[in-house]
Design a protein around this ligand. Sequence first.
Ligand SMILES: [Fe+2]
Ligand SMILES: [Fe+2]
Length: 268
Amino acid sequence: MDKRINGKFDLTKEAVLLIDKGLHKIYWVGTTSQKALRSNIYLIIDSEEGIIIDCGARVEFKETVNRIKQVLPPSKVTKIFANHQDPDVTSAMTDWLELNPQITIITSPVINVLINHYVGNNKKYNFHNTEIEPKLTLKSGAVLEFIPSPFMHSPGAVTIYNHKTKTLFSGDIWSAISLEWKLILDYDFQEHIENMDMFHQGYISSNRACRYFLYNLKDKDITNIMPQHGSIITQNNLNSAFRYIRDLKCGIDFFPEYSDKDLDFIKS
Ligand SMILES: [Fe+2]
Ligand SMILES: [Fe+2]
């Protein structure tokens, strides 16, 4: 991916073409709100069909639609993927379903139980269960593979490996928080670690969960990582990025351990 993309597009309003494989393209259609935790939203256009990866917050729905309109009629969005249930990731699904009730929501069954609460009681939507169907072949032949990332941070979190573009859509993993922001990481990875630490130490559950997820990536040829917050990580920084998650101490790794004696108010 070309790092010159950072200077080539007006990120305040444009849809940004990240990868172009002819019938299969990836765009960034996220938000540049002044919040430090701004959302990256990605759009795959595959043979004129739109698939949104993490559709974002309700308050940003109009901004997202305006960006998508530049490259695809919003009525051609047929699928929305949800990494997990958080409002910054998924709440705009209610607006999308109002626009087109035929849209299929792709997620894990654990997440589906939760995001059901975003829609009214009598409303049903098409659901692609990533546990039952862990691969989705699109019209162009491109394959999306759903790889679980349990407890990173949500128990049912699921990522996507795009075999066509060798992209990992990683949700909150490799996310970063900062007021200053570059869409594509074009500065020193060491500097980026501080922004990633702010997010991971508080949100990701433990190093054991990190290693379980990395093991699932063992046979995947990944050339770029697209997280839900912060910067896209490209090939030259991938090994540093994997090393970061392998060695990360986070969440309950910082908890003290209490013995039965410490909890002696409980009768054995
Ligand atoms: Fe989250
Ligand atoms: Fe998030």
